[in-house]
Design a protein around this ligand. Structure first.
Ligand SMILES: C[S@@+](CC[C@H](N)C(=O)[O-])C[C@H]1O[C@@H](n2cnc3c(N)ncnc32)[C@H](O)[C@@H]1O
Length: 453
């Protein structure tokens, strides 16, 4: 196989997250991201390193037998959001379960696998979206949506996106039309000029409270009162309680703010999990599938077993959801989180939920755990995608607790960290997956580790 050559082949297994093994008619293998098992595809070889080859999917020559879903969203295939929409949900679950088990089995022979738990909702399950301004093709009109699959510049206007509800779609359409009519330019990522960058929308799916945050550069001075009135005039199912304007002049293409102005209402929304209420600020982490989060946290609670009289660390605690779900049945829970506004929200949430045995500390887990006086009996870990820094993991191991519950949104990072935990005397007692991301390639894994004494 040579770089640059085009081949056809049949897609076989798909390794996490989207790395599909395609076998050519000549019997050679190549990893072709985003091909679905059973599809006949055409691809171009992009990298050859020894026996490892990687290609780019050019076209699907023949659909797979597993693609039996007729009504896929019109953006499917172009939009970088979903991968599995054409595959029935039960089959999606099987694929994700296989991927996770494969990774765990590579590093662990003996553990109890408890299966994959489905998302309660298959559609309109997301409570947060980050849309980008741009255009669909060069010099095309202003558009707002998600990045094209494999593309950095082109934006797909996802006006029919199914993983969100009507309110998200309506806000997306009204915003596009409003700024298009006024000829307001988007921020050009290559030239570093322009104004409109992102639109962050959050909605409490249980409370109906909606936040709309417009992220722009400071290049123009645009009167946004007309935009606010447009949003408030829409007939949404939920209620807009927060409209924010954020200024971001940094070059990196991430949603952030150097200066936030409240244009309408407040700077947070509220969402419910079980019988608890949570304030969510723009940059506080909160699981994006509310109903799925209840399954996730309930499973964590079950895995930890009895927590009465136990001191629990909730490391990487976000808005303090896990800590507060555990607190009613624990002696004390200490959360550690690096984003200050998430910590402030977590403290306020705990107070409003009437929980007096939770403490939230702000900072890098690596440093903060040295400063905590109380020693933990149990530890919950829910790190970001890259997993846990080796130095931090070493410190966590030094606590020598009996049980660690590790929640991971990137099973390849979990696999790496498990090896370190095994070397330190922990065994994988049981594990399961929870699907919080229907239609997409993502999956959440919960692993319970026990110290062998
Ligand atoms: C996957 S989220 C988990 C949040 C929370 N446990 C939940 O279920 O909502 C990971 C969190 O870790 C935080 N984080 C990332 N790096 C960190 C670090 N070095 N120290 C402390 N927190 C960190 C992120 O801000 C984010 O809130």
């Amino acid at each position: 196989m040579k770089k640059g050559q085009v081949y056809q082949g049949v897609a076989g297994e798909i390794r996490f997250p989207n790395r599909t093994v395609v076998t050519t008619d000549e019997g050679e293998e190549c990893i072709v991201p985003n091909a679905l098992p059973g599809q006949r595809v055409e691809f171009r070889v992009e990298r050859v390193r020894g026996t490892r080859r990687e290609g780019r999917l050019l076209s699907v020559v023949q659909k797979s037998e597993i693609e039996t879903v007729k009504e896929v969203c019109p953006h499917f295939g172009r939009c970088g959001g979903c991968l599995y929409q054409s595959v029935p949900y039960i089959q999606q679950l099987r694929i994700k379960e296989y991927q996770v088990r494969r990774l765990l089995n590579e590093v662990c022979e003996d553990y109890k696998w408890e299966g994959i738990k489905a998302s309660p909702e298959q559609y309109a399950y997301r409570n947060k979206m980050e849309f980008s301004f741009g255009n669909e093709e060069k010099d095309g009109p202003l558009t707002l949506g998600l990045h094209r699959r494999g593309g950095y510049y082109d934006i797909v206007p996802v006006t029919d996106c199914r993983i969100v509800d009507d309110d998200f779609r309506m806000i997306l359409m009204f915003t596009t039309l409003y700024f298009r009519t006024l000829n307001v330019p988007f921020y050009h990522k290559l030239k570093h000029e322009g104004y409109l960058r992102h639109l962050l929308v959050r909605k409490g799916l249980k409370t109906g409270e909606i936040m709309v945050a417009l992220v722009t550069t400071s290049a123009l001075s645009v009167d946004l009162s007309g935009y606010v009135n447009t949003l408030l005039s829409m007939t949404t199912e939920g209620t807009i309680v927060s409209i924010l304007h954020m200024i971001n002049d940094r070059e990196a293409d991430i949603v952030e703010s150097q200066q936030t102005t409240v244009l309408y209402g407040q700077d947070f929304i509220t969402e419910e999990l079980f019988d608890l209420r949570f304030r969510i600020t723009p940059f506080s982490f909160f699981q994006t599938n509310t109903a799925g989060a209840e399954i996730l946290y309930d499973t964590v609670r079950g895995y930890l077993g009895t927590t009465r009289e136990k001191e629990v660390y909730d490391l990487y605690s976000g808005t303090g959801t896990i800590a507060q779900v555990l607190a009613p049945a624990a002696k004390k829970v200490i959360g550690v989180e690096i984003v200050e506004e998430a910590v402030l929200a977590a403290r306020q949430n705990a107070e409003e939920n009437g929980l007096t045995n939770c403490t939230f500390l702000c900072g890098d887990v690596l440093k903060v755990i040295d400063e905590i006086e109380e020693r933990p009996d149990l530890i919950v870990l829910d790190p970001p995608r890259e997993g846990i820094h080796p130095k931090t993991l070493d410190k966590i191991i030094q606590f020598d607790v009996d049980r660690i519950c590790y929640i991971s949104c990137k099973p390849t990072s979990l696999q790496r960290d498990l090896v370190t935990l095994f070397q330190a005397g922990y065994i994988l007692e049981r594990a399961c997956a929870v699907d919080m991301f229907v239609g997409t390639q993502n999956i959440e894994v919960i692993a319970l580790l026990e110290k062998q004494r």
